[in-house]
Design a protein around this ligand. Structure first.
Ligand code: S3P
Length: 195
């Protein structure tokens, strides 16, 4: 695989700007951009709040897994991942097997301000969204922090964030392509040895 074809996965908490940044980055490098939430909604013909209400969160998490495991293009694509996608056991390793993972980060205050304008996030559709954000954030932070390069978005102009994401992708896609080549070269030897 060539470095310039390596997928980019944007992960991070709700309201960190994954979809907006994803679209802008994809445009800059001529990639497609897909948003896991939109793709799931399109395939199921239902919006996320309805999926949560009618089928429950575990069913939604299964749809996210399905999408990553077999349902998306694994080259020349920026994938804006729903905030909880990478949190599921085994998902980070799956994303890393497909491309470069970058985590967008923001403070709880920024997340609260950004998410309070929209009502389409069932996990925050509660009496005290701030308490829910703090709790989820604390539970998820170790995974986000270990997911890849973490980019702070608080108070930064969009162009700065995009340039930072592109720098990381350019650097890490080269490493990814080299190690993918190494795995491909190593594969016949490994399978031969296992016989
Ligand atoms: C969720 C994040 C949402 C969406 C769903 C659950 C989460 O995506 O997948 O409401 O568990 O953090 P965004 O991060 O795009 O808001």
């Amino acid at each position: 695989m060539k470095a310039e074809d390596v997928n980019l996965y944007l992960v991070g908490f709700m309201g960190t700007g994954k979809s907006t940044v994803g679209r802008a980055v994809a445009q800059r490098v001529g990639f497609a951009c897909i948003d896991s939430d939109h793709e799931i909604e399109r395939r199921k013909g239902k919006e996320i709040p309805a999926i949560f209400a009618e089928l429950g969160e575990p069913a939604f998490r299964g749809m996210e897994r399905e999408f990553i495991e077999g349902g998306h293009s694994t080259t020349r694509t920026v994938v804006a991942c729903g905030g909880g996608l990478v949190v599921q056991p085994g998902m980070l390793a799956r994303l890393k097997a497909h491309g470069v993972v970058v985590c967008l980060h923001a403070s709880v205050e920024t997340i609260l301000a950004r998410t309070s304008r929209q009502k389409n996030r069932p996990l925050l559709n509660v009496e005290d969204p701030e308490a829910r954000i703090r709790k989820l954030f604390a539970e998820r932070e170790p995974i986000y922090r270990s997911s890849g390069s973490v980019i702070l978005t608080d108070g930064r102009p969009m162009n700065d964030i995009i340039a930072h994401v592109l720098r990381v992708w350019r650097r890490e896609s080269g490493e990814f392509a080299r190690s993918a080549e190494g795995r491909a070269v190593g594969a016949p030897v490994a399978s031969g040895g296992a016989k």
